[in-house]
Each structure stands twice: as C-alpha cells, then as structure tokens.
Design a binder for this molecule. Structure first.
Ligand code: ACO
Length: 443
C-alpha cells in the first residue's frame, strides 16, 4: 500500500525528509521547520498571503466542494435546508451540530426571543451617530459596545457563558440592525415583537409605521428566511477568519464579532452584492450586454457577482436565489434588473472566457436584486448579511475556543525591510528626496 507521506529532498544540503500527509492531503507547515541548512538556520516556512492554500483550522461546521458546487452545513445540503428548514432551526444546527427535536427547537426559539431587547443605553449610544452614518459602521460599533454591557461574557471557557452569549447575540443583532436602519431614515426605533417569527420581527422593526401591529407579508418573510439560511455560514471566509483571529486572543465574543462585522463591511466580502447591483444598473439594458461582456474579456471591467475564490462551478446559493426572485417579484413587482442579470448569465455561460476561467454567478449576483425589490437601500445589504452570519461566527468561535490545537493567531512574515542601521541625529541626516518618497509610499 502507498505510504501517506511526502518525501522532500533539500537540494541545498542533499538531505531527505519524510513528512506525514494527513486527512488525505494536508501536511503540517511545522513539519517543514526541521528542514535547515545548519544549526543557526530558522528552518523552512511557507509563504501564503491571503491563505490561498493554507488551512488555519479543522472544522466540522460547513463543507464546501467548490469544483462541484456543493455547500453543506453540518452535512445537510444547502438546497434541502433552504427548502425545508427555517433560519432559527438552521442556526441551531450550525451552532450545536444537530437538528433540534420539537422540544429543543421551542426552547431555542424562546431563548433567542427573550434576548431581542437591547439595553436602553444602546439606543442612546446609537442616537449619537450622525444622521447619515452608514448602518454597517453603526453595527460594528454597537456589536462591539455589547462587550461593555455583558462583562460576564469574558468567561469564554465556560460552556454556559458561551451558550448565553450566542443566544444573546443571535437575538439582539436584528434589533441593532433595525435600529441602525431607522436611524438613517430619521424614524423612531421600533421595539421587538416576539409574537412574530425571527424574520417577521425584523421586518416589523424595520418597516412598521403607525400601525399597532405589523403583519409581515408571508412571502417576503419566507424569502428573508431563505436568504438568511443561505448566508448563515461559509466556512473560513474573511469575516469568520476575523472572528477566529480576534477571538484567539481571548476577548469576549462581542469584541471578536465586531471585528467580524468590520471584515464583512468591505466590498470584496459583504459589500459585493452592492457592486453587483451597481454593475447591472450601469449596463442599464439588455442591448448593452454584448459591449459589457467585451469590456470584461478585454480586462477593462469585472463582472461583479461572478467568480469565487472557492466555487469553480455554479454557486448553489445563486441557483436557489434565481428561482426565489420570481416569487418575491409577485409581491413587490418586478425588479427590471433581473432581466439584465438573466440575459447576462445566459450569454456569459456560453462564452469561452467565462467557461475557461470557470466563472459562474455567485450568491451576490441575485441577492441584491431581491433585497432591492423588497425596498432595502444598498447600504443595508451587508447588514442583512451580518444578521444570519452571526450564527456562523459564533459556531466558528466556539469551535476555536474548544480546539486544543488553536493558540493565539500570529502569522509569520518574510521580512524584506532594511537590516540594522546606525541612528543619525536629526541635523546630520541627508536631504529628503529618496527618503521622503519611501515614507510617503508607506502610508
Ligand atoms: N469578471 C471577469 N473576470 C474575472 C472575474 C469576474 N468577476 N473574476 C475572476 N476573473 C478572472 C480574472 O481576471 C483572472 O483572469 P486571468 O487568469 O486571465 O488573469 C481569473 O479570473 C482569476 O481571478 P482572480 O481574481 O485571481 O480570482 P480570485 O479567486 O482571487 O477572486 C473573486 C475571486 C474576488 C470573487 C473574483 O472572482 C471577483 O472579483 N469577482 C467579482 C466580485 C464578486 O462577485 N465578489 C463576491 C464573491 S462571493 C462573496 O464574497 C459572498
């Protein structure tokens, strides 16, 4: 039988090394440290900016096969969960690893709902933001501020404390998100209505006006629920990595979650669906698509909402959303951008450039069109992403805290700066020129 090892010859020394291959295709980076030219040599390390080929953890939460277009939470295919589950049940699955029975589900739902209120001081805190503050910036701040309201959350090695913070944050994040939205609109904040479902209550806190009781449209409530299922986790993405990296220094999870929200804020992550919508708006009409495709192929443009670091096939979430868009439009009226998107996809998927580069629609290609049809301003898109992703962040964080192999996240670097230099007193330093250029480049 073939050995599960890798043989390495160091041509500098002629020495041979045998490194174990684990999990069917993983070598430990530390196994390279033994490869040295001499006693003073630090040993080999890998250089992998952006972790494109480095696993930073072992995880049981989410499985992705990017070539086949597979996404599963705890072993359950995303298509099945989107059809049969709801967000709160999926959140339970993600956080706890199993689907709940009825009794556990009811207890979980109750335990989330009793945490939907926020301290009145949080409201005052939010009032301090400028009238035109970005809701995602407000969310970064308020999630971080929760840290000061729950000092008990520092007890991260206590299971009951971790459970409590998880329920608290999943319960409160819709409230923080809705307050941020109402703030941007100059509207009074709406308190949670726990008679409603998780997404029904969110719609109430966002859109309720003078009516005594808000009645969410069931189609939109379900659509939001499906969107939340699809966005609940995506293994070691930028924000999950931020949650784990910040959490690894062992602050309370609110501080780590604030970092995760900040990571999600960027246009390359949670902000990509806004870029996709802007791209479609710019194309403006189906007749302009061929010229746009030509510009993309000439590398003058990028087709936002297409391509993915991991998926080299159709993103399974995009498939679900494409079908769901039509149901939403029956309630909201048709978003004309959908016709441009569908035609763009049809042309792109027959084009050699897209086929050879394995570029397919990703989740952001259709999600923004749906959010826009539902009446959300673009600034709210990443906020709507952050709400369900909270369950993923908490699951990833809890897994990291319990993993004996994890330590404070602290990568190595390849130092390319100056070697030791002598300090010259200020009056003896050469005239600026080169030095100033170097300084201005650095900031
Ligand atoms: N349009 C046109 N060409 C593209 C696109 C695109 N959307 N995406 C990748 N390519 C091309 C690149 O030009 C490159 O071509 P080359 O090899 O001829 O030079 C090749 O495909 C590989 O592209 P990279 O950017 O190296 O791939 P990477 O894995 O680093 O990037 C990313 C993935 C950032 C998602 C990229 O596909 C992209 O920018 N897409 C548009 C933005 C977007 O939709 N982001 C959302 C991702 S999903 C999410 O975060 C929830």
């Amino acid at each position: 039988m073939a050995k599960e090892t890798l043989s390495i010859t160091d041509n500098r020394t002629g020495k041979n090394y045998e490194v174990p291959i684990e999990e069917g295709g993983v070598i430990r980076a530390m196994a390279l440290r033994q490869i040295k030219t001499g006693a003073d040599d630090f040993g080999l390390m890998t250089y992998d900016p952006a972790f494109t080929n480095t696993a930073s953890c072992r995880s049981r939460v989410t499985y992705i096969d990017g070539d086949k277009g597979i996404l599963r939470y705890r072993g359950y295919p995303i298509e099945v969960l989107a059809e049969k589950s709801n967000y709160l049940e999926t959140a339970y699955l993600i956080v706890k690893g199993e689907l709940p029975d009825r009794e556990h589900y009811q207890r979980w739902e109750h335990n989330i709902k009793i945490h939907t209120m926020v301290h009145e001081n949080i409201k005052k805190f939010m009032e301090g933001y400028r009238y035109d503050a970005h809701p995602m910036g407000m969310l970064v701040g308020t999630v971080g501020a929760l840290s000061t309201f729950y000092p008990d959350a520092k007890n991260i090695h206590d299971l009951e404390s971790r459970r409590l913070q998880t329920r608290r944050l999943i319960g409160k994040i819709p409230t923080l998100a809705a307050f941020a939205y109402r703030h941007t609109r100059g509207l009074p904040y709406v308190y949670p209505d726990n008679d409603l479902s998780y997404t029904g209550n969110l719609l109430s806190m966002l859109f309720r006006m003078t009516e005594l009781k808000y009645k969410p449209n069931p189609v939109l409530e379900r659509a939001l629920d499906v969107l939340f299922i699809l966005h609940a986790d995506h293994e070691q993405n930028c924000s999950a990595n931020a949650m784990r990296a910040v959490g690894s220094s062992q602050p309370d999870p609110y501080a780590a979650a604030a970092a995760a929200v900040a990571a999600l804020y960027g246009p390359l992550h949670g902000g990509a669906n806004e870029a996709a919508i802007r791209g479609l708006m710019e194309i403006g009409s189906v007749k302009n698509i061929p010229a746009f495709i030509k510009a993309v192929k000439n590398k003058e443009r990028r087709l936002m909402g297409f391509g993915h670091r991991v998926y080299k096939n159709y993103d399974p979430r995009a498939k679900i959303l494409k079908a769901m868009a039509e149901q939403v439009f029956e309630v909201t009226g048709r978003n004309p951008l959908i016709d441009i998107a569908v035609e763009l996809e049809r042309i792109a998927l027959q084009d050699d450039y897209f086929i050879s580069h394995k570029l397919y629609p990703n989740v952001d290609f259709y999600s923004g069109i749906i959010y826009q049809a539902m009446g959300f301003q673009m600034e709210m898109f990443p906020v709507l992403f952050a709400i369900p992703r909270t369950s993923g962040w908490m699951a990833q964080w809890a897994e990291m805290v319990r993993d004996p192999e994890q330590a404070i996240a602290r990568p190595r670097q390849v130092y390319i700066g100056e070697q030791i230099r002598a300090y010259t007193p200020i009056e003896g330093r050469p005239k600026p020129t080169m030095r100033e250029d170097a300084v201005s480049e650095a900031i």
